[in-house]
Design a protein. Structure first.
Lengths: 296, 236
């Protein structure tokens, strides 16, 4: 036990490990906030499609040798989110097909571009990293720095932190409106809540969350980070507020555990966090089962 | 100026006309009851008034200072996805949202109003229950309480008595009458012709493709349409 603590203390002397933990917690927090809405509005499918788009955009960023791929990936993903939402609203089946087409297409094009233009010698490694997240938590540091007072903060860490705080703020401000629009869009529209504006806002937030989550767990595992905490919380709680709070706690706890675990046993961060989330889901399913068993 | 004006409306789905030639007005304080057979287009009309659907032709005009954030609405059917985690209180409070404007949270008065409306409909004991796990009648009361919260000047109700037990239905009509006495305009769809004639000041009777009657309740009782429908109703 002391050995484990010593090892962790040793690691946390490095600033990049501390940054990784802070960014990990923030990303886990904001990705879990929208889980309920995503699951219930059947946006989870869009989320999946978008993560593939984000992968494609990342591939292009890598090929273009951009140091900060956010500049490209974020706008591309946001625009795709808005477009997908539009098609999804018009005709349901065609919308689903469009998502499937875009997501598979983006995956193929992304890999092709990486193959053709990437200068890196370790192509398989690069692809694997974008799909499944970094091997270790070091990669948040791309060398560029932003100075806050006298502290040099890695650019990407800074952007992740700012974006997650933004998502959290928007969610808190529009919490009741998001609830109303998710619960009953027709009633909201009829009584003067501009549901289409909030849907657009949700699409943008989802895109931001996906780009953020990609830095933590990679393109293919994003949905797990977004959806598992909400599903876990919904096993036990039956109102929106409790489910939201619970899924935030579950997500943050799982992320912290996952990061610690990945340091101690040297596993990839992303998949470790997801596995911890799966274990969390099993525990909550069991708790929900026991609870229902007692009450009825 | 009337609160609501419908001018020569034609309603339909995918090019197929359901009803045409709808022209009527609703003034502040009116109690309008819309009657007609199943499938005659009553719910479609209500959705058009609420701008949830665009008419094939014609116009819906809100007047007399009425804006869409002063409208309460009880839909005939609400599709809520399975497993939606929402308590009765959360659903009822969401009716106050159109009063908030840019304010992100409910104020004391709005929370108070939600509690009062839950009491009026006898659902205060189940305030913490999950909406999805309620009976049909309890869900209907919850949505009615939400509609009451949203109704600043006018409330549109699509078959509010559907699914309520007889006593609850009587209570509900009394509640709506009281609301009307307080100055809220009522537009209600109902198959209960006796209640319609008893409470409403105006009646709109729509039949296959066209309007059968539009005017005051007093005239309706004397009219041909009123006779046919009322006797058809009592034969059941
Ligand atoms: N979404 C839709 N798509 C196509 N046709 C529809 C749709 N909704 C309703 N209709 C058709 O429009 C007509 C009017 O429907 P509406 O729901 O307005 O009837 P209603 O008067 O409210 O009937 P009820 O008394 O049963 O509630 C019906 O013939 C119905 O088949
Ligand atoms: Mg109807």
């Amino acid at each position: 036990m002391t050995e484990i603590i010593e090892k962790l203390i040793l690691y946390f002397q490095y600033p990049f490990v501390r940054y990784a933990l802070i960014v990990g917690i923030l990303i886990a927090l904001c990705s879990s906030l929208l889980g309920v809405t995503l699951v219930l509005k059947r946006f989870s499918f869009i989320g999946d499609g978008l993560s593939h788009v984000a992968f494609g955009a990342t591939a292009i960023a890598v090929a273009m040798n951009l140091t900060n791929n956010f500049i490209l990936v974020l706008p591309v993903t946001i625009i795709s989110a808005i477009l997908l939402l539009r098609t999804g609203q018009n005709t349901k089946i065609k919308g689903d097909a469009a998502i499937a087409m875009i997501s598979v297409g983006a995956l193929a094009v992304g890999y092709l571009i990486m193959n053709m233009f990437a200068k890196s010698a370790n192509l398989a490694g690069d692809v694997c990293t974008t799909l499944f997240g970094a091997m270790a938590i070091l990669t948040l540091d791309d060398g560029t720095r932003i100075w806050i007072g006298e502290y040099p903060i890695p650019m990407k860490v800074f952007m992740c932190a700012v974006l997650s705080l933004l998502v959290i703020a928007v969610f808190m401000i529009f919490y009741h409106k998001i609830f109303a629009v998710t619960f009953d869009e027709d009633f909201s529209t009829a009584t003067g809540i501009r549901a289409s504006v909030y849907n657009l806002m949700l699409a943008v937030i989802i895109a931001v969350v996906i780009v953020l989550a990609m830095t933590l767990v990679g393109a293919l595992l994003i949905s797990a980070l977004v959806i598992f905490p909400a599903l876990s919380a919904m096993r036990v709680f039956k109102n929106f507020k409790a489910v939201t709070i619970c899924s935030v706690i579950v997500s943050v706890v799982c992320a912290v555990f996952g990061i610690f675990l990945s340091i101690l046993v040297a596993t990839p961060v992303g998949s470790t966090i997801v596995v911890v989330n799966i274990i969390g889901f099993l525990i909550f399913s069991f708790a929900g089962f026991v609870r229902r068993g007692f009450s009825g | 100026m009337p609160q609501l004006t419908c001018k020569n409306l034609t309603l339909g789905y995918e090019g197929k006309t359901v009803i045409s030639g709808l022209t009527f007005t609703v003034n502040a304080g009116d109690y309008l009851c819309i009657v007609g057979e199943n499938g005659s287009g009553k719910s479609t009309l209500m959705k058009t008034i609420l701008k949830l659907k665009t008419p094939m032709s014609g116009q819906v005009i809100l007047g007399d200072g009425l804006t869409s954030s002063e409208i309460g609405y009880l839909p005939q059917q609400t599709v809520v996805q399975k497993d939606f985690p929402a308590s009765v209180r959360e659903v009822v409070r969401s009716g106050c949202l159109n009063r908030c404007g840019f304010r992100p949270y409910y104020n004391k008065a709005e929370k108070q109003m939600a509690e009062e409306n839950m009491e009026k409909l006898g659902i205060e004991q189940i305030a913490k229950h999950c909406y999805r796990e309620l009976s049909g009648g309890q869900q209907q009361r919850t949505l009615l309480a939400r509609a009451l919260c949203a109704a600043g000047k006018i409330i549109l109700l699509d078959e509010p008595a559907a699914g309520l037990d007889p006593k609850a239905a009587v209570d509900m009509y009394a509640l709506i009458e009281k609301l009307n006495a307080e100055g809220i305009t009522i537009v209600m769809i109902s198959h209960d012709i006796d209640a319609a004639v008893k409470y409403a000041t105006h009646i709109l009777h729509i039949g296959a493709q066209k309007v059968l009657f539009s005017g005051t309740t007093k005239d309706y009782v004397q009219s041909e349409a009123g006779h046919i429908y009322a006797s058809g109703g009592s034969q059941k």
